[in-house]
Design a protein around this ligand. Structure first.
Ligand code: IMP
Ligand code: MG
Length: 202
């Protein structure tokens, strides 16, 4: 059976996200890149259900607030929340990581903060990938200032090899090697977020 992730045409010029800044890759004009399925929708569903069950157990009897980091975590938050049997509410936060050719500082800028105070609440920060760790370090610091009762991080993927900050996720779907991935919410220049499987960009 052919997967829906195979043979998706890429733009000839691609922006490749590395080390918290964008590098341009120029591909042969006639090259049609193929995305390879790396983690299938079934594997994702199984792991997300396990994480949901674990969170439900860890916070039994207490309400939780799931904070999704836009846009990449939208699909994970949607699936994860339906595997959590607790009194739950949602919030969303949006940041942009940026840098330029001259600067490799990996600054993070807040684009949208949470809508409510998180004081005294059990927060689960839901993120697609924990990569260098700059984004989640920045967000954890901001959310800790709200004085939550608990602050946990759930990341679907963890690229441990690329970590620049000393941060870890409490709930991790899969530890992956240093490969650029798309699908299940994750993008490549805003494309491919809707692929049901996680695919490697060659
Ligand atoms: P960090 O601040 O380096 O940990 O970056 C985390 C963010 O970088 C993620 O939320 C993604 O938006 C993006 N990112 C890192 N690696 C990938 C990837 O392989 N595919 C798509 N986005 C990625
Ligand atoms: Mg993201």
């Amino acid at each position: 059976m052919t997967s829906s992730c195979e043979k998706v045409e890429l733009l000839p010029r691609l922006l490749y996200y590395r080390q918290s800044r964008y590098f341009e890759l120029t591909l042969e004009p006639d090259l049609v890149a193929e995305l390879k399925v790396f983690i299938s929708r079934d594997q994702i569903a199984k792991r997300v259900a396990e994480i949901g069950a674990q969170i439900s157990k860890d916070f039994v009897g207490e309400p939780v607030v799931l904070i999704g980091v836009l846009k990449g975590a939208a699909i994970l938050l949607s699936d994860l929340s339906r595997n959590i049997s607790l009194d739950s509410s949602f919030d969303f936060i949006s940041v942009s990581s940026y840098g330029n050719a001259k600067q490799n500082s990996g600054e993070v800028k807040m684009l949208k903060d949470v809508d409510q105070s998180m004081e005294g609440k059990n927060i689960i920060l839901v993120e697609d990938i924990l990569d260098t760790g700059l984004t989640l370090t920045y967000l954890s610091k901001i959310l800790r200032a709200h004085k939550p009762k608990a602050l946990k991080i759930a990341a679907l993927l963890d690229k441990t090899a690329r970590r620049l900050e000393n941060i870890h996720a409490d709930y991790v779907g899969f530890e992956i090697p240093d490969e650029f991935v798309v699908g299940y919410g994750m993008d490549y220049a805003e494309r491919y977020r809707n692929l049901p499987d996680i695919c490697i960009v060659p």
